[in-house]
Ligand binder design. Sequence first.
Ligand SMILES: Cc1cc2nc3c(=O)[nH]c(=O)nc-3n(C[C@H](O)[C@H](O)[C@H](O)COP(=O)(O)OP(=O)(O)OC[C@H]3O[C@@H](n4cnc5c(N)ncnc54)[C@H](O)[C@@H]3O)c2cc1C
Length: 512
Amino acid sequence: MEEHVDVVVVGAGPVGLLAAIELTLGGVRVLVLERLVTPSMVSKALGIGPLGSEAMQRRGMAAAITAAEERIFAAMKKSTEQNGPDARGRGTRFSGHFAGLTLIRKDAQKEPERRAHPVDQQAVEAMLADRALSLGIEIHRECDVTNFVQQADGVDVAWASPAGDGRIRCSYLVGCDGGRSSIRKMAGFDFPGTAPSMTMYNAVAEIDHPERLLPSGWRRTSGGVFSYGFLPGRLVMLDFSGPPEDREAPVTCEEIEAVLRRVSGADVRVKALESGSRWTDNTRLADTYRRGRVLLAGDAAHIHTPFGGQGLSLGLVDAANLGWKLAAVIRGQMPESLLDTYTAERRPVAEAVLANTRAQMAILRPDPQSGAMRDIIANLMQFDDVNRFIGEIMSGLSTRYDLGSERDEVGRLIGDRPVSHRDGEGSLYDLMQDGMGVLLDASTEGKASRLVAASTLRIRCVAVDAGPSMLIRPDACVAWAEEENSIDGLEEALHRWFIPRLDDGSRLRSEQ
Ligand SMILES: Cc1cc2nc3c(=O)[nH]c(=O)nc-3n(C[C@H](O)[C@H](O)[C@H](O)COP(=O)(O)OP(=O)(O)OC[C@H]3O[C@@H](n4cnc5c(N)ncnc54)[C@H](O)[C@@H]3O)c2cc1C
């Protein structure tokens, strides 16, 4: 091997790019290998959930998200003028949907300001690519990773490229290579789950009589489910007559027209098809996210129906969870066992997402039994607690890692908030831009900060005016919290996440 990098990330999709950003901020050298010459233009995510967008906001992309969102809101407004209102637009009482039931109410949510952003996947990828570029991350395109061999002290990775085949040695390999991940297959991860049973279509189409498909919004019929026109020409359909015969066959105008007529029951013709793709409810989860020196993140680790739009956010939070931990292990500051917490924390979250997507499919089916169940769920959603419960499932805000604390905030991913500290005012996420952990210290005379500062340079200590005091990991997970003057449990949390206990029971004094 001619060259060595700390980490090879396979795939420059959204998850691979964020993983590379996190690792680079953690001080390790990363190479991203991507098969495609240019980013994919296949229409996928049309929105990003709160936890995914927050992971990006913490890394300097807040302004770009706001600007992209303004452009989409303008397009939605135009579409609303033509097609009538849709509960997905700005200014509605609702935020998101469950099984097409646009009943999740903002006023029933605990933190309504933490919301999804209607920013499409191409825009998200462009923001992440810009940020990666600004950090000097090497992304080699047209490099199709074809093989790798795990050695005791590293992984030898090989790729094929029109510019010539290549090989490199890395300490760890991170597969962010999507749902059909070859890294997952080559490393021998199990990927159990349920086979596809239906087909979902995503298209931009010109329809001869669009008024026959309106009003816009999710419409469930005896033939399936469709939604037309929430963005100009945008058509989404669920066809429960079975999985596609040939998944690779191109989607044609005739196919979209036939499915649309069957699913909507409307007498319409498709005059032109700008783009069309099909997906299924194939639902699977890797048995573990790590085998030795090979790790998985994003769709490589979990796939499910895209209906309800959770996959992108789920994958971005994987990347945020893994990045700082792997960097700390590679820097030699934390033991490899820290990586076990990656599977332990993230796999149950994916398991829950898979479960809710299966539940949504079950009540979207066109049979009367599914319809009856769906009506019951719709009625239950009138109750605030149920509405909040379902809202938090769909937004991901129900995520809480089991860190063994009875305090509710410990294990949760904290949202951005104003931080009033002794040097002035700021925002929590502004303090986190460089990938450091944060201690919000409300103790008198800075008791907590003194303990932290004596142990590690990787936590920014900020004296705040009001409690509780909190230790926040670089992925925004609250690792410890106590009322103003108590530092009970802080030392334990520091050892668990930032500084290992040495064999003699003492602590590392400081790093770097
Ligand atoms: C129709 C549709 C709608 C969706 N809507 C939403 C939504 O609204 N909200 C939401 O949160 N999610 C949504 N999703 C899910 C979201 O698109 C995915 O979860 C997301 O793309 C996962 O990102 P990723 O980086 O893990 O994988 P990908 O985006 O698949 O990226 C993987 C990358 O790896 C590269 N690659 C693969 N193999 C190799 C190799 N051997 N060598 C080198 N490179 C390789 C690929 O070229 C690709 O660039 C939707 C998905 C679909 C299909």
